[in-house]
Design a protein around this ligand. Structure first.
Ligand code: AGP
Length: 630
């Protein structure tokens, strides 16, 4: 979604704003703009539809906009088409080159229509279709009354409904930027004599590692090297800066052609680093999360809520937690969970217990999210808390909203993930779930310590086995180039293999634009099989012994209807080659963990198909990395 940058200091602001925006490109956008105040107090705004490159060319790398203070924005259209007029920054007064208020916004103002009507009645005119222009003019209306940015923001926050990260420059405060935030991310970086505003850490890493995370409903006054925080009542609040440990290199391509392939290669490290924090002396150890064994013993069930790939991890978790720890699990799309008034743990209901809406006190709700900012997942977390559930967040981004609001946090250690399509964060989540399931299994007395040791030893083989699989990437590249014109693809598997298929299929469609669906292979003949035509690509995953022959039969059914078959199976199942047209073998591993290996060729398939089709693989159309609106 939208990206925000801001700078106040002694250097030229525009090149810094543009550079910061380039680090936020991964969030997805369709237009961009910057506003810089010069030393005479005049603000110049330049905007461009399309890629940041166009904005950079228009401003000659920022050099045509002199000034030491400014704000920048990449816009992912919500209200109004992608166009220069709708691009941010927006201004309160078109007829002046020193507009009273200039602002950028990330999020959605839900009551913008109602606010716009009121502002029109007050005499305001609008030049764009955006909710942001409404916010800027609303703030302007209060600013005109009091002359105080703080008061104008406080009053605006009371009437605005929705989510926002806002950054403003006010005419009479030429050395300050003001920000306000609710449910959309925003950080402030500082040095001795400069301050930086951004939607995410990579935008400022080159310049500083000292960062403040802006809290919900917090207002902030940013001067060069000096940041002050206020609550919505306008009272000043103390805040500690944190030091970011990633290096800037982690957010660079490092010689790889794209972030996605770089991040695919970083998976052994992401998995190892994540496991290292969850295993101790051969056993799982969740002490870093704060979740205590006494609680784990008493959970009646687990609900998992997440979106997209994180939801796929949830599906995998359901098989693992139920299979290994014998605890009932249900998996919810966060966007549905938040509105559907869920009943108490379904596992408790029997004919004598009348189900009643109410708190799910005593149950555990797990929210899985790479960014920790996904609006639906954050709302699901709040819903679960409201109902009295214990909450555990599995999150990759330190200090993100979900991490801060959950009762317990399990951090994955994938490092910054830039490509829109998740790969290493997904893999880190998978092994986090593996460790969690093993821990629950031992603590709840389902498996012995010996068994756990044996299984954690298996888990620790995953990084090397992923490395081995990556050595075979040329074969997948060759196969992808052969199937470049594929129109449809189907991914089939049973049990844990089905969970992997869901993710493999998403990778294919999101980056290569090939229509793709995942099906539990037993379900094909209940409808989907009618879609198969001569040459349709069917990708089967066969790592689960108990159902392997069943999926083989389903492959035969597809083949006899003309499908072209790719199979991913475990080394040793050479019978698969008799049926499949192209087979990839994964190294042998305990079947519970095979998903961590089977996904690798599927990620590579999506990646190489995208590249062969000439698609912008790191920034596929219409998608945003972190979905901070509903
Ligand atoms: C996956 O490749 C997607 N980009 C998307 O489905 C993503 O997993 C989803 O939006 C959830 O994001 P989160 O993990 O940051 O909450």
């Amino acid at each position: 979604m939208c990206g925000i940058t801001g700078y106040v200091g002694h250097e030229e602001a525009a090149p810094i704003l543009l550079d910061g925006l380039s680090k936020l490109e991964y969030r997805g956008y369709d237009s961009a703009g910057i506003a810089v105040r010069d030393n005479d107090g005049k603000v110049r705004v330049v905007k461009a539809k399309g890629r940041l490159k166009i904005l950079s060319e228009k401003t000659d790398g920022g050099t045509t906009l002199p000034g030491h203070i400014g704000i920048g924005h990449t816009r992912w259209a919500t209200h109004g088409e992608p166009s220069e007029a709708n691009a941010h920054p927006h201004i309160s007064d078109e007829s002046s080159d020193s507009s009273a208020v200039v602002g950028v916004h990330n999020g959605i103002i839900e009551n913008y229509h109602e606010l716009k009507e009121k502002l029109i009645a007050k005499g305001y005119k609008f030049y764009s279709d955006t909710d942001t222009e409404v916010a800027v003019k609303l703030v302007d209306s209060y600013y005109r009354e009091s002359g105080s940015p703080l008061e104008a923001l406080e009053k605006s926050m009371v009437v605005i409904r929705g989510s926002y990260a806002l950054a403003f420059m006010f005419k009479d405060y030429p050395d300050e930027i003001w920000t306000a935030r609710k449910d959309s991310p925003m950080i402030i970086g500082v040095t001795n004599d400069e301050s930086f505003i951004a939607s995410d850490v990579p935008a400022i890493l080159k310049r500083t590692r000292t960062v403040y995370y802006v809290d919900n409903l917090e207002i902030c006054r940013v001067r060069a090297g000096d940041v002050k925080f206020y609550n919505i009542e306008g009272e000043s609040r103390p805040k500690e800066a944190v030091s970011i440990s990633w290096d800037a290199q982690a957010a660079e391509k490092d010689g790889y052609e794209h972030f996605m392939i770089k991040e695919i290669h970083e998976q052994p490290k992401a998995v190892y680093d994540t496991l290292s924090t969850l295993l101790k002396d051969g056993l799982t150890d969740l002490s870093s999360t704060g979740l205590e064994d006494s609680l784990i013993r008493n959970f009646r069930g687990v609900t998992i809520a997440a979106c997209g790939s994180a939801w796929h991890v949830g599906i995998e978790a359901q098989y693992l937690l139920e299979g290994l720890a014998r605890i009932p699990v249900r998996v919810e799309l966060a966007s549905e969970y938040r509105y559907r008034d869920p009943l108490p743990g379904f596992w408790e209901m029997n004919s004598d217990t009348a189900p009643a809406a109410g708190p799910v006190a005593g149950d555990l709700v797990i929210i899985i999210s790479q960014s920790g900012e996904t609006a639906d997942s954050l709302a699901a977390l709040r819903e679960a808390k409201k109902r009295g559930a214990h909450t555990l967040a599995i999150v990759n981004v330190l200090g993100s909203s979900i991490a801060r609001e959950a009762e317990f946090v399990l951090y994955t250690h994938a490092g910054p993930e830039i490509a829109v399509a998740t790969t290493k964060a997904y893999s880190a989540q998978l092994v986090a779930i593996d460790a969690l399931a093993l821990h629950f299994a031992r603590v709840r007395g389902v498996i012995t310590e010996d068994k756990e040791r044996q299984m954690t030893a298996e888990l620790m083989t995953i990084p090397d086995k992923i490395r081995t699989l990556l050595e075979e990437k040329d074969r997948i590249q060759w196969f992808a180039s052969k199937k470049i014109n594929t129109r449809d693809a189907f991914f089939i598997g049973r049990g844990l293999d089905y969970a992997v298929c869901l993710e493999g299929s998403l990778k294919m469609k999101e980056v290569s634009y090939v229509h793709s669906e995942a099906y539990a292979s037993g379900e094909l003949k209940h409808g989907t099989i009618s879609l198969l035509e001569q040459g349709t690509l069917v990708v089967s995953v066969l790592t689960q012994n108990r159902v392997l022959e069943k999926t083989l039969s389903n492959m035969v059914e597809c083949k006899s209807r003309g499908a072209y078959l790719m199979a991913v199976t475990t080394h040793g199942h050479f019978e698969v080659e008799d049926i499949a047209d192209f087979t990839v073998y994964i190294p042998k591993i305990d079947e519970h963990f095979a998903g961590s290996l089977a996904i690798i060729p599927l990620q590579l398939l999506g990646y190489y198909t995208s590249v062969a089709r000439g698609i912008d693989v790191d920034k596929p159309r219409n998608l945003a990395k972190s979905v901070t609106v509903e």
